[in-house]
Design a protein around this ligand. Structure first.
Ligand code: HEC
Length: 174
């Protein structure tokens, strides 16, 4: 490589390193990012009330954003990944926090379950940007959806029409 190219490459590296360092101290709160939530897991817990296989699916697809049992990997503690994650967890928990199910009555929990099913059925949840790069295991198969539906709608009016045949259910879930 020629001298000038090497010089520019070196400058590029310096700019990148300094920029990355500045990101870490940048007060992202100014941008409305709830940085106070980074790495937090408030103390309330709720013992999940469904079958263990349903809990397992929800744990990998929903719990990071909708409980106080968020897994905070290293990349979720370093800007700018931490900002994205803090925003999702903050908004996710404020819409639905399964760890707070102990504070509400069964009617409200059932509303939450039906809402959750609507989100799953429409493909809104889990969000694609969560699944794609970092959490491929959060992708819900047809069998996963049928399983979640059987739990989420078990006590609901909507669930009464659900067929006993899981193949049919998963076809509907698409
Ligand atoms: C990456 C974080 C993330 C994951 C994972 C996630 N959600 Fe969400 N969820 C959100 C956010 C953020 C919102 C707030 C609405 C919005 O901004 O789209 C939300 C909203 C919701 C709502 C409320 C929707 C409304 O408009 O009332 C429900 C119900 C929900 N999610 C269920 C689920 C279920 C069920 C799963 C797992 C299958 C899941 N979510 C996985 C982040 C997440």
């Amino acid at each position: 490589m020629s001298r000038p190219v090497i010089k520019w490459l070196k400058r590029g590296v310096v700019v990148a390193v300094v920029g990355f360092g500045l990101l870490q101290i940048f007060p992202a709160k100014w941008l409305g990012i709830p940085t106070q939530d980074i790495g937090t897991n408030p103390p309330e817990r709720f013992k999940f009330d469904g079958p263990p296989e349903v809990e397992a699916v929800m744990r990998r697809a929903c719990f990071d954003c909708h409980t106080n049992e968020t897994r905070w990997p290293l990349y979720a503690r370093i800007a700018p990944g931490s900002w994205l994650m803090a925003r999702d967890v903050h908004h996710g928990r404020s819409h639905l926090n399964l760890s707070k199910w102990g504070d509400v009555d069964e009617d409200e929990r059932q509303d939450d379950r039906e809402n959750a099913w609507d989100q799953i059925q429409s493909g809104e949840m889990p969000p694609w940007f969560y699944v794609l790069p970092m959490h491929p295991d959060a992708k819900l198969s047809d069998a996963d959806k049928a399983l979640l539906k059987s739990y989420l709608l078990a006590k609901s009016e909507k669930g009464k029409g659900a067929s006993k045949d899981p193949d049919k259910d998963s076809a509907k879930a698409k």
